[in-house]
Design a binder for this molecule. Structure first.
Ligand code: 4AD
Length: 424
């Protein structure tokens, strides 16, 4: 009978049986003429496989390279104690087929961890087959599920707002505009305004969408397109908002660590990671400015940060590193943040209570020199049954960099987009 086609991750259940497995040659080692070792990769795991005698001597065997696609058949055998093999077993191949060839030298002839960073990005489609990249991206998948589970368990409705819009949310300087059938439109900076329109229908809501920022600077925490986890909640207070952010961060971390694969990946990628505990440090903006002064954290030219100025990345990082636990910076002075709010921000999450008074919002449009007309649907929220409400946005890639200890945000996304890079 034809053997069952299995996934590598299910190997344990099929030990001692003849199986069929399809995948890519992850590693290849030839030993003399009569022995070949393949580490097979099928996306669910890695499997050591042994080919002997005439199986190694065919034309296909001679042209075989890493990244070739193959189908292997054979007995799945437990390996003796002391012999290293992923999963604790190996495949004694008795028949195999070449499905897809790969150029001589395989992918590593073109690209590896030591290649120039720009070349690595050009060849990211090959880099993601490597163990390092795929670990981070697999953790990302587990992390996204943890966010969805967090919200749905707490009764939030999952919303899909539009990403092609005609209004701005976070200031004109980072807007990407484009021609939408002859009209000017933008790639969304945040789904917040749309989520706000959903709370009278659904109560607590969340979304996970792409947001776009025409960021001119190439920093290790800015992308031009990033995955934005956002939530909006009616009838909460500012303290409730901070509580919810803490709950989100701690619960999502907990879910990732408890996930069987997530926990393993975390041990591997960030062995020193310590899960944050509640409550976080809640620091008013004015105290943060004082903290910077007291601790000699200055601007590049040596001058001090003064009340009324935004706290940029460098001093924020120094402060969080020094304090060593999550900080919820809050009570920012009006004027340094967007038009709709009074807010708390940080490197990973930005949130605020929203203006729910009609007149206050109209005044804010004016103060920010925004034409209120295209925002009529947002304004209507304040005309038809307004309510106090608040929400926040969290950068998925920044969160992933934090938990997985990645230095650069580009590592946390499949195909990063930033100034000068829109390919592959
Ligand atoms: O602080 P931001 O700009 O806030 C907003 O967009 C609000 N409308 C969100 C809301 O309240 N619903 O962005 C929120 C978060 C930041 O804390 C950061 O994690 C991430 O989005 N972020 C970026 N991540 C990667 N690259 C960029 N260029 C980012 N800009 C913001």
């Amino acid at each position: 009978p034809a053997p069952t086609c299995i996934k590598i991750r299910d190997g344990k259940e099929h030990r001692g049986k003849r199986v069929k497995i399809r995948g890519w040659v992850h590693r290849l080692r030839r030993q003399g003429k009569n022995m070949m070792f393949i580490v097979l990769r099928d996306g669910s795991g890695y499997l050591q496989s042994v080919l002997t005698d005439q199986l190694c001597q065919t034309y296909e065997a001679i042209i075989l390279n890493t990244e070739s696609t193959v189908t292997l058949y054979g007995m799945l055998q437990e390996v003796p104690e002391g012999k290293e093999a992923p999963g604790g077993h190996e495949l004694q191949v008795d028949y195999w087929e070449l499905v897809g060839e790969s150029p001589a030298g395989g992918a590593e002839a073109e690209i590896n961890q030591l290649s120039n960073p720009d070349v690595q990005l050009d060849k990211r489609h090959l880099m993601i087959r490597g163990e390092n990249c795929s670990k981070v991206l697999r953790l990302r998948s587990i992390l996204m599920k943890a966010f969805v589970d967090h919200y749905t368990d707490r009764g939030y409705e999952w919303i899909s707002p539009p990403t092609l819009v005609q209004t701005q949310c976070e200031g004109g300087s980072t807007l990407f505009d484009f021609n939408f059938f002859g009209e000017k439109a933008y790639l969304t900076q945040s789904s917040q305004l749309y989520l706000e329109t959903c709370i009278p229908s659904f109560g607590d809501v969340f979304c996970i969408e792409q947001s776009y920022r025409a960021e001119q600077s190439r920093t290790r925490r800015h992308l031009a397109s990033y995955t934005h986890v956002e939530a909006e909640c009616p009838f909460i207070s500012f303290d409730d908002l901070l509580d919810r952010i803490e709950d989100l961060v701690c619960d999502v971390v907990d879910r990732v660590l408890k996930h069987p694969v997530g926990g393993e990946l975390m041990k591997d990628l960030h062995p020193e990671f310590v899960a944050p505990t509640r409550p976080f440090l809640r620091m008013p903006y004015k105290d943060a400015i004082q903290y910077l002064k007291d601790n000699g954290i200055t601007k590049e030219d040596g001058t001090l940060y003064e009340f009324g100025e935004d706290i940029p990345e460098m001093p924020e990082r120094k402060m969080t590193d020094k304090i060593g636990r999550p900080i919820l910076l809050n009570r920012f002075p009006a004027g340094i943040k967007a038009f709709y709010m009074s807010r708390c921000v940080g490197e990973i999450v930005g949130g605020s209570m929203r203006m729910h008074d009609y007149q206050e919002l109209m005044d804010a449009y004016k103060a920010n020199e925004l034409d209120a007309k295209p925002y009529y649907w947002y304004t209507d929220q304040r005309r038809y049954g307004t309510s106090p409400h608040g929400g926040y946005g969290l950068g998925l890639e920044r969160f992933l960099c934090w938990i997985a200890n990645r230095y650069h945000i580009r590592e946390a996304t499949l195909y990063p987009r930033f100034v000068g890079r829109c390919t592959p």
